[in-house]
Structures are given as C-alpha cells and as structure tokens.
Design a protein around this ligand. Structure first.
Ligand SMILES: Nc1ncnc2c1ncn2[C@@H]1O[C@H](COP(=O)(O)OP(=O)(O)OP(=O)(O)O)[C@@H](O)[C@H]1O
Ligand SMILES: [Mg+2]
Length: 480
C-alpha cells in the first residue's frame, strides 16, 4: 500500500501551483502539477490520484469541463474546485455536478488544509473499500479491519498462517485473500480438505506416490505439495490430520522437502502453507491428538475469525453484499434492499452458521421477495420466530405481545422503510450538507446580512430565514 496520498493540482497560474504544491507537501502529501485541464486528464490516466484540486478558469479544458469528465470516468474521485471570490453560483453548479467541495480565493491556509484533509480521508476510505471488496472480504467492524490489516501485512511473507474460527466465519475466504494479496498470486492455490480424505490416503494425496507404491498405483502421481509449488497450499480442517502423518507434515513444512510414497528421491518445493481449523487445537494437544511441535510450526501467525454474533455491526454490509450478488444471479433486479423490520430480525438472530448461514438466508429471501424490498415474511420462519421470542429485541409492548400469530402484523405497523441500497438517503444527506455550507458561506461573505446573502443564494429572504432557523443558524439581527 502507498504511504502517502497523491494530490493533483491543476492551475494555469505557475506561482499558485507552486505555493499550493509546497504547502501540500509540507502537510504530508505527494503532489502532481498540471497547467490545465487537458494535462490534468492525461496525468489522471497515468497516475494514481487520490484527490484532484482544480482551478476553474484554465485554457483548453477548464475546471468545470474537467470536473464533468472526472465525474463520468471516476465518480468517486474527490474534486476540490478553486473559485474566485464571490462566485457562489459556479460553486453551487460544481457541487451539483459532483464536486467534493470548493475553496475560495484568496486562500485561508487552515480552511484549505481542512478541505483537503477531508477529501483525503474520503479517498482513503474509498481505497480501503476497493481493496477489501476486491477480495470479497466484507466487514468494517473493528475486528474485521484488524484482520484486513493482518492479511495485508503477512500476505507477502513466507510465514505459515493458522486461521481459526467457527464454521462459516470465512476461513477459506481469508486463505484465498492471503494468496491473492501475495506475489504468489499468479501461481497455484491448492486447497486440501483434510476432513474429506480417508485417513490412509492422506499421505499419498499430500506427497504423491511412485508407480507400484501400493496396489492400484499403476502410474506415479505428484501430490498437492508438488502441485502447489511456487504458490500456496491451504490445508483446511488441519485438526483432522492423523497423528502418524503429522511428523512427515512437520518435516515437509520445515525443510520444504519430502519423498513421494514409495519413492526414494527427495523432492524440494517452495510452498507457502496456510492452514485452518474450527477445532480448539490446544484441546487436541491435551488429548494427544495433535502434536505440539506441529502446532507451533503452523501457528506462526494466527488469524482468529470472530463469530458473526460478535460483530453484528457488519450485518448490514454483508446483507448488502449478498443482496447485490443474488439479485443479479437470480435475475431479481427489482429487489433493491431490506425493510427496517426485516433488518431488525436479521440483527437479532444469533447466526450459529455465521456468514454462510446469512448468505443462504439472503439468497432465499431474494428468491421469495415479490416487491422491491425484502421484508420479514421473506425470511425463514425459524428466524422470525426466534427474533420474536428473544427478550430485549422487541421494544414496544405491542410488538412483544405478538409472540405468536402473523409476524407480518409487526411489520405492517412499522414506519416507512428505507431501501438499503437506496441512494436517496445519501443524496439527501449530501444535499443538506451542501446547503448548510452554502448558506454559511453566503452569510460570511455578506457579513451576516441576510438580505444580501439571500440575493447571493438566489432565494427569498424569507425562505433563507426559515432555512437558517431549521439549521439552527442565528440571524445576526436577533442579537439586538
Ligand atoms: N467477510 C466476508 N465477506 C463476504 N463473504 C464472506 C465473508 N466471510 C465469509 N464469507 C462467505 O461465507 C461463506 C462461508 O465462508 P468460508 O467457506 O470461507 O467459511 P469457513 O470458515 O471456511 O467455514 P467452514 O469451517 O464451514 O469450512 C462463503 O460463501 C464466503 O464467501
Ligand atoms: Mg472452510
């Protein structure tokens, strides 16, 4: 990952470019400079840019045109426009078009830094979402962020990683993410489910065999260790591996060499080993079913995946993720979200099958849903029943008394629901923020003169006053 974020400044005024560039560098950013919109566009296509700062008036392609192009190509890139004093109209237009924010000339150093830092944070958040979603690993809860950080950190090291967690918590997904994030990503990822292979076949499965090694070995065959050469070997359910195999496994890991069954030639491999288990290996060691020395060899880095019930904050994100997937796959594109009441039921469930169970529930609900929003009746009956009887989940007395009967009744009482994927809410929020911002700035520019500010904003004095009241902004006159 990059250490510094990169900011592109497009301005035709060489002095301003230099001053702003120097300031941003002092603030810890990498800086690229373009002398007009045209050059900015070509730099955007060649470099990774986190934030774009652009002047409005420039030759060839001006700031507004540049903004339009950026919004089309890369709508999430934060764009900050530099506007000359008092051009509120242009600023409004720019914000409507999708600019992140604007700064007015002449600059206030602090204001400028604030705006840039805010944009940089937005860019960082977005980058993190891209990184994580690119690997299909959803989760913004504290533990999941830590896990993402560990994955990023250890992916490119040769250390063995032991992934532990209940069934369905995403152990295999993490193993794949480790591989995909490492420089071994173009080499094989080989998974062996140790629980699925008969005990006496594990050795030949892992290490291969030579012709004639046992009855039926009519040709020689490479094992999974050899197939994984250069890449990653993922031993899933490692707790199931028979004790007598554990010594050979330990040596193969330690020395990166072994012999095929019935073979005498030593084979050397370069394999990164990742293992997973839902058993308590320390318990297995106490019971003498697992060798302690192997455990320590496997446990160089341990990633513990928490059960879903311990990170319920991730449920909405996961729901959204699976919903996106299944509405496509099941060709149910009219389904755009989940009602609040259905979300309450999902949040109340304990999820013994963890993410896999949630995934299945969303698939089923998407299939059952006949409207645009998944609702309580689309959820499996046991989930609905459980959420109704579990104490502390239903808050109102009327809902609690509905411990039997039609769950839909609860839902019909529910207030208006918002689609989860709906942009409406986001847009409304952004619009409110921009509006408040514009009003504050107009008032600043007019030294608090409401009449003048209203004129600047092209709204009536009365509606500005109403807005100000709504926003809790004081009319300067009130003080007298
Ligand atoms: N963080 C996550 N984001 C999105 N999907 C996830 C996440 N974690 C798990 N899943 C999905 O949940 C399902 C179960 O995950 P996975 O097979 O990796 O679990 P597991 O821990 O290996 O389970 P088991 O112990 O039963 O083998 C998979 O379909 C996986 O894609
Ligand atoms: Mg698994």
């Amino acid at each position: 990952m990059r250490e510094k974020q990169q900011i592109l400044i497009a301005d035709d005024e060489p002095n301003l470019r230099r001053v702003l560039g120097a300031q941003l560098q002092r603030d810890g950013y990498d800086v690229l400079l373009a002398e007009d919109g045209q050059q900015a566009l070509s730099m955007l296509s060649e470099h990774h840019v986190d934030v774009l700062i652009s002047d409005l008036r420039m030759p060839r392609i001006d700031g507004m045109q540049l903004l339009k192009r950026v919004v089309e190509d890369d709508p999430e890139l934060p764009v900050i426009l530099i506007t000359a004093h008092g051009t509120v109209d242009t600023a409004v237009e720019a914000l409507k078009l999708g600019a992140f924010d604007y700064v007015t000339k002449p600059f206030d150093r602090h204001e400028f830094k604030n705006v840039v830092d805010k944009a940089a944070r937005a860019a960082e958040l977005r980058q993190r979402e891209v990184d994580v979603e690119g690997r299909g690993l959803i989760g913004q809860s504290h533990v999941m962020r830590e896990i993402h950080a560990v994955v990023n950190k250890v992916a490119d090291t040769p250390s063995t990683v032991l992934i532990t967690g209940e069934s369905g918590t995403g152990k295999e997904l993490i193993a794949r993410a480790l591989h995909e994030t490492s420089s071994r990503r173009d080499k094989p990822f080989i998974r062996v489910n140790c629980a699925a292979i008969p005990r006496d076949l594990i050795e030949s499965e892992l290490f291969g065999y030579e012709k004639g090694a046992f009855t039926g070995a009519v040709t020689s065959k490479p094992g999974r260790f050899e197939l994984a050469h250069g890449g990653t070997l993922f031993l899933d359910e490692i707790g199931e591996i028979p004790v007598n195999m554990q010594v050979k496994l330990l040596r193969a890991i330690q020395e990166q060499e072994f012999e095929r069954v019935g073979g005498i030639k030593t084979i050397a491999v370069d394999v990164r080993l990742v293992t997973a288990t839902n058993r308590e290996l320390l318990e297995e060691i106490r019971e003498q079913r697992f060798r302690e020395d192997l455990y320590y060899r496997l446990n160089v880095v341990q990633i513990r995946l928490p059960p879903l019930r311990e990170r319920k904050g991730d449920i909405p994100l996961l729901v959204e993720h699976f919903l996106r997937r299944f509405r496509e796959r099941l060709n149910k594109r009219q389904v755009v979200g989940v009602t609040d009441s259905a979300m309450d039921v999902l949040a109340a469930h304990m999820w013994p099958g963890n993410i896999r169970e949630l995934e299945n529930v969303i698939e089923r609900a998407t299939l059952f849903c006949d409207t645009d929003l998944i609702d309580v009746p689309d959820l499996p009956p046991d989930l609905r029943a459980a959420s109704q009887s579990s104490p502390g989940v239903q808050e109102s007395a009327s809902a609690a008394s509905l411990s039997f009967g039609e769950p839909t009744a609860v839902n019909e009482l529910a207030p208006e629901t918002e689609p989860l994927l709906g942009l409406k809410e986001k847009v409304r929020e952004a619009a409110a923020r921009i509006e408040r911002d514009l009003i504050v700035r107009a008032l600043e520019q007019t030294a608090g003169n409401v009449t003048h500010a209203a004129r600047l904003l092209k709204i009536s004095r009365k509606s500005l006053q109403t807005k100000m009241k709504e926003l809790g902004l004081r009319d300067a006159k009130d003080e007298f």
